[in-house]
Design a protein around this ligand. Sequence first.
Ligand code: PEP
Ligand code: MN
Length: 338
Amino acid sequence: MIILLKKNADETQVENLKSLLKSKNIEPHVSKGSMQTLIGCVGDVAHIDPSLIEALDVVESVQRIQEPYKAANRKFHPEDSAIDCSGVKVGAGSFAVIAGPCSVESEEQIVGIARSVKAAGANLLRGGAFKPRTSPYSFQGLGADGLKMLSTAKRETGLGIVTELMDFRDIELFNDVDVIQIGARNMQNFNLLKEVGSYTKKPILLKRGMSATLQELLMSAEYIMASGNPNVILCERGIRTFETTLRNTLDLGVVPALRRLTHLPVVIDPSHATGYAYMVGPVAVAATAIGADGLIVEVHNDPPHAKCDGIQSQTPAAFAATMEKVLATRALVSSWEA
Ligand code: PEP
Ligand code: MN
């Protein structure tokens, strides 16, 4: 349910309305737009009679929301949300590029790559310390040591860190992390979503599950938001289809589709979406042109010897060439209407 307020609504009346809603176990989310202020109601609104709310002096009208996601819904928050990642904004007109290796392999590797991607214009550093691998015999990541190496790279370059949390028991190791990634395989790990949402307000990069619908992706974002963390960035990384030539199938149409459904920023991962380094540049440019709020790109100094995802990793030189094209594209097409 959303409550549209009258223009010039009196502050005390708005506060009274919020208290009334809270007394009925409804969490009010006030969204002040340039044209109008509205209150999005999260909770069980079935027992609330809209005509009683509509009768109040400050209220212009009341609308029921059909979609099961509320806080993530653009109807609740008509303006785009910008998510602040330790000073780097993503969304609402701000575009950011996250780059780095699939996994942290050594201090020398992560610091070197951090320097190259920063020089090419990246805004944040990625690197997995805890890796979700299909095989238990594959490299699982350096864990806590990997996080320390990421911190060193952050100190050396000033780039904020984006890295994946697989298990909530590791959360205390993530103090120096700027953006917590929830990977595709954990998109519907509802306990992890609830735990992370109630523990921290750090931005969460939520990757779409490989067989998840957009509605399911938004419901997962809703879990994090309903637990208390509104700072969610959605990431499309391709889904599994009958096609096997590419690692995954990327439908860039999700960018305008999500823009209409939600106010949350959308980042594209051209590396996992395609699986091949030669496709990453063109897909990154296409994602930028269609209005993505950012990119997350895998970059490795020595892709043939990478411990994880070498085939899809760009070299620093290829990434720098991609960045030039991405930034030129961004200058041409900065936003599309929702
Ligand atoms: C990754 O970012 O390295 C990763 C494992 O991504 P995804 O969860 O999209 O597969
Ligand atoms: Mn990877």
